[in-house]
Structures are given as structure tokens and as C-alpha cells.
Design a protein. Structure first.
Length: 255
């Protein structure tokens, strides 16, 4: 049984949409005998930003226990003929639109099905949540969908690496304004200059407070998830630089 239900959406926190998804799950679950724990990964994915959602999923799913159930609702194609898929991967189950948002977990597919159901504007509630309730109630993935015969859509969330350069992009900006790239520590020579959009940053730090101590406003740092980040001390690197999701990031590579 799936007891841990994780939600990752671009709903925001003002609409009540996330609450409707959770309420629909609880309403349709049969024979609740164990506590269901909802974990909100985020509801603040930038609207329609599939690649950001895929990256945030990559950063977070590995911390969850086995048999966790993920609903990933960043779905600009809602109401069209795009498929909703259920995927078993890494001993977990993911329900999402087939739009590339699951790219990071599709390297280890154990099972994949197409989930039936339609909704003009709110598949997260009308399709995803009801499918989740069936799984929580004890059904298997193949019982709530049909064999998915198409190749799931993939999007590129990994940087491009050559003998001399790694070229990535900003894929997440957190609530502190830290600008996070898809470049991992193993990809780059730390200490070299990094070009963030049109800004070249040469300062490297090991923690945020060092930025202030060295007299700089911003600095490169490898965050605790192992990714290259542009940060400021008690300030927003996003606001100081005008960088945004999708901005190009380049540095010398290790290949």
C-alpha cells in the first residue's frame, strides 16, 4: 500500500487546487486502515515550466521511502490528447502527463501504463487523484491503466559537456533567490570563472556567509545537493542579476 503521497505542481498556494487534489484522494480511497501522509514537494513551480518540475523531482524523489506515490501535475497540455501515464520506477510510482516531466526517472522503468480519464482543465483532480486513490486502495498499476506502447517523451535536463566546456542552464530558483543550475560538481573545475547569462562570476565560496566576508555580492557555490548555484548572503541572487529559469550557464568542464 502507498502511504506516502508526494505532490509536485505549479498550482501555487492561493487557488486551493492542491487541497482539492488531496481531498479527492481521501474521498475515493476505500478501506483506509493506515495513515496517509501527504508531502508537498512544491506547488511553486513556475507556471508551465516542465523542465524545472523535472529537475525538482530529480532533486527530491531519492529522499523518499520505497512505495511512495508521486503526483506530478505540471500539465500545460491539460484537456488535449496528451497521455497521462503511471510509471513504476526506483521502487516508487509516479503519475504524470507524458510531457517529459518524468525524464529523470525514466531510465529505470519497471512498468508503465496509460491512465484513462479526461478533464477539460483540471486533470490533477479528476484523473490523477482518482488514479492515486485506486492505487492506495490496493489496486496494481496494470489494473488502473492499459499498456503504454509509445516511447515516453523525454526532455533534456542534463548539461552539454565537451572537452573544454560544460554548458547548462538555470533550472530552479528557490524562495531565497538562490539560482540553481543543472551543472553538477563533477562536471566542472571549481575555482574557474562561471558565466551566468551575461554575467561572469569568479568568486567561489563554501557557504553563504563567505560571500559577505570576501566583500562580494554574489558567489558560486556547490550546494548540498551537489549542483552549481549562484548565491547571495541574506539577499536574492535572482534579483541582483535578473537571471531566470532557462538562463544559460557555462564553465570549464571536466571530461
Amino acid at each position: 500500500m502507498h502511504n506516502v503521497i508526494a505532490l509536485l505542481t505549479d498550482f501555487g498556494c492561493r487557488s486551493g487546487y492542491a487541497a482539492q487534489v488531496k481531498a479527492t484522494i481521501l474521498k475515493h480511497v476505500e478501506h483506509i486502515e493506515k495513515v496517509i501522509q501527504f508531502i508537498d514537494i512544491s506547488h511553486n513551480i513556475r507556471s508551465f515550466q516542465i523542465d524545472q518540475a523535472g529537475f525538482v523531482l530529480k532533486l527530491n524523489y531519492k529522499w523518499f521511502p520505497k512505495n511512495s506515490l508521486f503526483l506530478v501535475v505540471v500539465d500545460p497540455g491539460v484537456g488535449t490528447d496528451r497521455a497521462v501515464i503511471g510509471v513504476k520506477s526506483h521502487d516508487m510510482v509516479f503519475i504524470a502527463p507524458d510531457n517529459g516531466v518524468l525524464s529523470s526517472i525514466l531510465t529505470d522503468i519497471e512498468k508503465i501504463v496509460a491512465i484513462k480519464g479526461t478533464s477539460a482543465t483540471f486533470a490533477g483532480r479528476d484523473v490523477f487523484a482518482k488514479a492515486a486513490a485506486e492505487l492506495i486502495s490496493g489496486k496494481q498499476l496494470e489494473e488502473i491503466g492499459t499498456e503504454y506502447k509509445r516511447q515516453p517523451k523525454l526532455i533534456e535536463i542534463e548539461p552539454e559537456i565537451t572537452d573544454s566546456t560544460v554548458s547548462g542552464k538555470v533550472l530552479h530558483i528557490d524562495d531565497f533567490g538562490n539560482v540553481i543550475s543543472n551543472i553538477e560538481s563533477s562536471h566542472i573545475y571549481q575555482g574557474n570563472k562561471v558565466k551566468w547569462g551575461n554575467i561572469i562570476v569568479s568568486e567561489w565560496v563554501k557557504n553563504y556567509s563567505q560571500i559577505e566576508k570576501c566583500g562580494k555580492k554574489i558567489g558560486n557555490i556547490i550546494n548540498s545537493s551537489g549542483y552549481l548555484e549562484l548565491a547571495a548572503f541574506k539577499n536574492s541572487a535572482e534579483k541582483l542579476t535578473d537571471l531566470k529559469i532557462g538562463s544559460i550557464v557555462k564553465a570549464a568542464s571536466i571530461k
